[in-house]
Design a protein around this ligand. Structure first.
Ligand SMILES: Cc1cc2nc3c(=O)[nH]c(=O)nc-3n(C[C@H](O)[C@H](O)[C@H](O)COP(=O)(O)OP(=O)(O)OC[C@H]3O[C@@H](n4cnc5c(N)ncnc54)[C@H](O)[C@@H]3O)c2cc1C
Length: 715
């Protein structure tokens, strides 16, 4: 557990900006004869992923129309809530209604904006805030972490927020992303005195957690948090930057190795990164595969090769069948050792001794290594500093290599059928048009894009990954005429958990751990989403909707209550801060199941038919699977938590994006997760040998950076 003591930030107040409510505007069409001045009024507030906008039309005494937009809310949760809210507001004829459970951020935003519309229609002063008392007040809200909430002390003076001090968090347990919230989001809230400032890209859940703490503190101080969403001005400037050899979209693992090799070749490089730090998902990765790295051979294997590269190639090729490109698998293996050597020798990266992956069918193949180094988190070493040091070294060697954080690529600039540059937007709203001779797409796949997950896979997946990896690079590649390769490869999954993580205090840590244990137990009767028996847990990504159901009878639950679980599966990363031991009675199991059911983690049914309805599967199939087990039943839902998608753009061995006819788009490249479909098959899960994805990110980036530099500089 991390404790942050003392004042993080002193207030740098721009008081001129303060004391505005949720931002709104309206068009009046009449004068106030009844309750309202007839007209249409619009207001916005910050939702889960971005702005939510509510437009309400009023006649003299009634709300006559409600329109709500929130393109950045998650479709399954916030998007669904938005659909329901219009009807609810119309029916209640008021904004004073309850939110929709499970969509608290979207609910708050809709209701704050709706309240603002009503206030405008009533002719009230929407700029006036309810006063808050001077002093320090606490808030607690869930963020990204599975093991605890964010706790903040918020200080008010003269109706302004003067300090937001994070006193407890477990966010940094999973990586360094939370520091971008501390360093950027909190100062921006203090400066704008508004909760409408954008959350930090790549740290949405953590940003929302901090926002939730501040909202609670405002309420505790006697204020109304919905009034603290004053509009934050955005820049309308456009900046042109020209003359680059290589533009890289995404500065995660593959983007950074592209940057390093292009800079090393002397190219004028520009890196674009949407988050507020370098490293992307690769900075939370455990580590890459490396076949016969010379450094590792010398250090650990007496100078000898430690893997039969031909055997590895054959196993990988046979596993994937005809779907993958054999020459690309060969390249991924043969270049991986060289990549590791280059990272260690040229750029100062550190890696642990070679080891085998726990799920590997070939335990003797020590082809995987962790990033090495001092400071640790749940996923191993903190590695952002290694990526930062390497980029800094490249810039010292080549001052023409630059990059910008919090800049999001939106469009490819085209010159005929050639790529001419990238249009991107900075967090403050400034548009950048960056022109160059080549572009490398390195945006980490599409796990965060619900539409693409629906189009190519079984729908959106639960994820431990950064949902900012939402298919931008792939969409940019398609817009330039590129073709896809195997976008329907199942997502990479190594972690299972209950379907809807409970992050608040509705269950204590031990209760959460019990629910998890029931979900991931390997000795329970399990069925997949079709009702068929389900045994192969490693292939969770092939289960319909990436989930399965562990079914317990009432008699089994009674036995667990008095005797405990027979076995506890300590599967990867299941820690939610509590403990559960085999053979220890769980007296409160009924309560745990009830809370679990409230979060849609547990389905209850008297009969097999009812259970089939709850699972939405065929009753006869389920009955077969139940094999006479008598109800009532409890089905605990276990879900895969994905690391990344695997399919992407089709590329050749120069990492050039290919069109559907197989011809290369000469100056466009795709690397890492954006082009990993060339290595795998839609028929089987991601290869289980250890580190193929991270290895591909690093290797494909190294090769593409060098190739793009060569192309751009005419060498
Ligand atoms: C918890 C976890 C553990 C993992 N462990 C392993 C492991 O041990 N071994 C392994 O092989 N793989 C592992 N993986 C998978 C591995 O992390 C990915 O395969 C790898 O990081 C992909 O690298 P990348 O460069 O393609 O993507 P990333 O490293 O995620 O980089 C993509 C970058 O693009 C940026 N970006 C996205 N959109 C835009 C835009 N529009 N404009 C600008 N920038 C943008 C993102 O912010 C990000 O920085 C793990 C994944 C997770 C989640």
């Amino acid at each position: 557990m991390k404790k942050h003591c003392g004042t993080l930030l002193l207030c740098l107040l721009a008081l001129s900006l303060v004391l505005t409510g949720c931002s709104g505007s309206g068009v009046k069409t009449g004068t106030k004869a009844g309750m309202y001045t007839p007209g249409t009024y619009t207001a916005q507030a910050a939702g889960f992923g971005g702005k939510v906008s509510v437009t309400m039309t009023f006649d003299a005494n009634a709300i006559t129309d409600v329109k709500i937009e929130g393109a950045d809310e998650t479709p399954a949760v916030g998007g669904k809530a938005i659909e329901e809210f219009s009807g609810m507001l119309m029916e209640a004829q008021s904004a004073d209604i309850d939110g929709i459970s499970g969509a608290s951020y979207t609910s708050k935003a809709v209701l704050a904006a709706a309240a603002n519309c009503v206030a405008q229609a009533k002719g009230e002063d929407t700029d006036q805030k309810t006063p808050v008392a001077d002093g320090t007040y606490s808030g607690q809200a869930p963020g990204f972490s599975w093991t605890g909430m964010i706790k903040a002390d918020v200080t008010f003076k003269d109706n302004a927020i003067t300090d937001i001090n994070i006193v407890e968090e477990q966010e940094t347990y999973t990586g360094e992303i939370f520091y971008t919230v501390l360093d950027n989001y909190i100062p921006r809230i203090l400066e704008a005195q508004s909760l409408a400032v954008d959350g930090i890209s790549g740290a949405t859940l953590s940003s929302n957690g901090v926002r939730g703490c501040v909202e609670q503190a405002i309420e505790a101080a006697g204020g109304r948090s919905s009034e603290w969403y004053g509009e934050v001005a955005k820049s309308t400037k456009t900046v042109k930057k020209e003359g680059y050899d290589v533009i890289i979209v995404g500065m995660g693992g593959s983007g950074i190795t592209s940057f390093l090799s292009a800079a090393q070749a002397g190219a004028k490089v520009f890196g674009i990164e949407t988050t507020a730090k370098l490293g992307g998902q690769s900075a939370t990765t455990s580590g890459p595969m490396a076949a016969n790295s010379q450094v590792k051979m010398d250090e650990e294997f007496g100078g000898k090769e430690y893997i039969d590269a031909d055997a590895l190639y054959k196993a990988w090729k046979d596993y994937c069948g005809a779907d993958a490109k054999p020459e690309m698998i060969r390249m991924a293996i043969d270049e991986s050792g060289e990549t590791l050597d280059w990272m260690i020798k040229d750029w100062g990266f550190q890696f642990s001794p070679m080891s085998s992956f726990i799920l590997s069918p070939y335990p003797d193949w020590k082809i995987w290594c962790y990033y090495g180094g001092e400071t640790k988190n749940r996923f191993g070493t903190n590695k952002t500093y290694m990526f930062e040091n390497a980029v800094k070294k490249a810039q010292d060697q080549n001052p023409a290599a630059e990059y910008m954080l919090e800049l999001t690529a939106q469009e490819l600039l085209m010159d005929g059928d050639k790529v001419a540059g990238v249009k991107a937007v900075y967090h403050d709203g400034t548009i950048y048009e960056i022109y160059g001779k080549t572009v490398i797409l390195a945006t980490g796949g599409f796990i965060g894009n619900a539409d693409m997950m629906n189009e190519y896979l079984d729908g959106p997946a639960n994820t431990v990954a950064m949902t900012v990896d939402d298919g931008d690079g792939i969409k940019l590649g398609l817009s330039a005429g590129g073709a896809l390769m195997n976008p329907d490869i199942p997502p990479m999954v190594h972690i299972n958990q209950v379907a809807n993580l409970i992050k608040n205090n509705d269950l204590d840590a031990d209760g959460k751990q019990v629910l998890t244990s029931l979900a991931i137990a390997t000795d329970a009767l399990a069925v997949d989403g079709t009702g068929k028996l389900w045994n192969t847990r490693e292939e969770i990504c092939l289960a319909p909707q990436y989930r399965y159901y562990n079914i317990y009878t009432a008699a089994q639950i009674e036995a667990i209550k008095t005797k405990g679980l027979a076995k506890v599966n300590k599967s990867m990363f299941m820690d939610q801060g509590g403990t559960v031991e085999a053979g220890k009675p769980i007296a409160n199991i009924d309560e745990i199941l009830k809370v679990g059911a409230g979060y849609k983690n547990v389905l209850t049914a008297e009969s097999a038919e009812d259970l089939a309805k709850a699972i939405d599967c065929d009753a006869a199939t389920l009955k077969d699977s139940l094999n006479g087990a008598q109800g009532p039943y409890y089905a605990v839902i276990c879900s895969g938590y994905a690391y990344a998608t695997c399919g992407g753009l089709n590329v050749d061995d120069a990492m050039n994006v290919l069109r559907a006819d197989g011809s290369p788009i000469g100056n466009l490249y795709a690397v890492g997760q954006d082009s990993m479909g060339v290595l795998f098959s839609s028929d089987v899960p991601y290869t289980p040998y250890g580190g193929q994805a991270q290895s591909w990110a690093l290797t494909s980036g190294r090769l593409a950076g060098a190739n793009a530099a060569k192309y751009a500089m005419g060498k």
